[in-house]
Design a protein around this ligand. Structure first.
Ligand code: HAM
Length: 399
């Protein structure tokens, strides 16, 4: 047997139904805010991540899947998607296009981290980037969109941890400052807690303009009812951030409790050779989001896509069953057809195993009378209904 690679995993049904529903709700929600989808390659030049995520970050330092191609290029499987989006923005001169400003993406990312629960080497992100607008109202709207999305999944009681990172210092100082001391703030080691308590708070170091940006963000957040708390110790593991940074954590996920992170990156596009346009975005860890999703949402996702089991009782019923299946599918009913004609016992047993709720049995006697049997698998209650009423019965969800 050949097993999957360490840190990667297969997503199987019915879990994939939860992922699919999450993804379609993300698309729907982001479209309501005027976002368009972007798809960038999984493979980028290594230099892109060195120059954006940063040479001193853990990601670039030790977590990248990098290799040299047969043609001698140094490439990397993307560890995140913001850099790729910014690269595409510059490469396609998207600043000149009306479609450019608000982009979302869904897809796999790769980091060579130590796998544990909620942490994988291949994982999925759902992210959004607003490139162009610099005002704090954009930051606020992005967070409103994020909470709109999380609320649609049934999440309750989540809070954004919000901070703003120091900008006053020059780029070299900023790099030096982020290279070591700030990373220390990120530690989970209790022995360092005392040291951290004495560290300067970011907000006290801010220049006036950044402080104004920070304060002007809070008004719209209050007005929109977005639950947040200022977290002066919040730092992010990527180098491109300026000003606003945020994270949302969920309980019950163990040590890996950040379901999403994001922030403003006002220099990233110009650092990559593009125009001086600011940006802000977030990425949700889809694997963690699905793991933390409320049980009611998960159940709804699994049940919503349940197909009706249509069982041909005898081989003579096959053709008729095929025709009935087509008829039902045209009416929008999902049908899992069992044309084997093995009789009711095996047909029902395998329908039950697949999690079907309702079964339709098509057999010789009923067929002659234009009838079918509709059966609820959990209760074993059943009714013989005329074919003409079948659709109604199925839509009612009862025999
Ligand atoms: P990040 O904080 O590195 O930010 O990742 C965002 C989210 O991806 C995390 O909060 C987590 O839920 C998920 N994640 C990260 N690593 C793993 C892993 N190994 N296994 C499972 N889930 C993981 C970024 O990636 C930025 N690009 C976010 C951003 C967008 N900032 C501005 N725009």
């Amino acid at each position: 047997m050949i097993a999957s690679v360490k840190g990667t995993r297969d997503l199987l049904p019915p879990e994939t139904r939860v992922f699919s529903l999450v993804e379609s709700i993300a698309r729907e929600t982001f479209a309501l805010y005027g976002f368009d989808e972007i798809r960038t390659p999984h493979l980028e030049l290594t230099e892109l991540f060195v120059r954006s995520v940063g040479a001193s970050s853990d990601i670039v330092h030790k977590e990248m899947y990098s290799f040299t191609t047969k043609g001698g290029q140094d490439v990397t499987l993307r560890p995140e998607n913001t850099a790729g989006v910014a690269r595409a923005y510059v490469e396609h001169r998207m600043a000149q296009s009306g479609f450019a400003r608000k982009l979302y993406y869904l897809g796999a990312q790769f980091r060579y981290e130590r796998p544990q629960e909620g942490r994988y080497r291949e994982f999925r992100q759902i992210g959004a980037e607003a490139i162009g607008p610099a005002d704090p109202a954009t930051d606020a709207e992005l967070l409103v969109m994020l909470f709109d999305f999380l609320t649609r999944l049934g999440f309750e009681g989540l809070t954004v941890a919000l901070n703003t990172v120091v900008e006053k210092l020059g780029e070299d100082d900023r790099r030096r400052l982020t290279q070591n001391p700030l990373r220390v703030l990120d530690t989970k080691d209790p022995a360092l807690a005392g040291l951290i308590a004495g560290a300067p708070r970011m907000l006290e170091l801010l220049d006036e303009e950044s402080l104004r940006h920070h304060e002007e963000l809070l008004g719209p957040l209050d007005a929109a009812g977005i639950p947040y708390r200022i977290e002066p110790r919040l730092v992010r593991g990527l180098d491109y951030y300026t000003r606003t940074v945020f994270e949302v954590t969920a309980s019950g996920l163990g040590a890996q409790d950040a379901i999403l992170g994001g922030g403003r990156y006002d220099r990233l596009v110009s650092d990559l050779g593009g125009p001086k346009v600011p940006g802000i975005g977030f990425a949700i860890g889809e694997d963690r989001l699905v793991a933390a999703a409320p049980e009611a949402f998960r159940r709804a996702a699994v049940e919503a896509t349940d197909a009706v089991a249509l069982i041909a009782l005898e081989s003579a019923d096959r053709a008729d069953a095929l025709a009935l299946a087509s008829e039902l599918r045209r009416a929008g009913v999902a049908v899992d057809l069992d044309p084997s004609g093995r009789g009711p016992g095996p047909g029902l047993k395998s329908a039950e195993k697949r999690g079907a709720r309702l079964a339709v049995l098509l057999g010789g006697r009923e067929r002659e009378n234009g009838m079918v049997v509709v059966k609820e698998l959990a209760t074993r209650s059943q009714r013989t209904v005329p074919r003409a009423e079948l659709l109604d019965a199925l839509k009612r969800g009862q025999p």
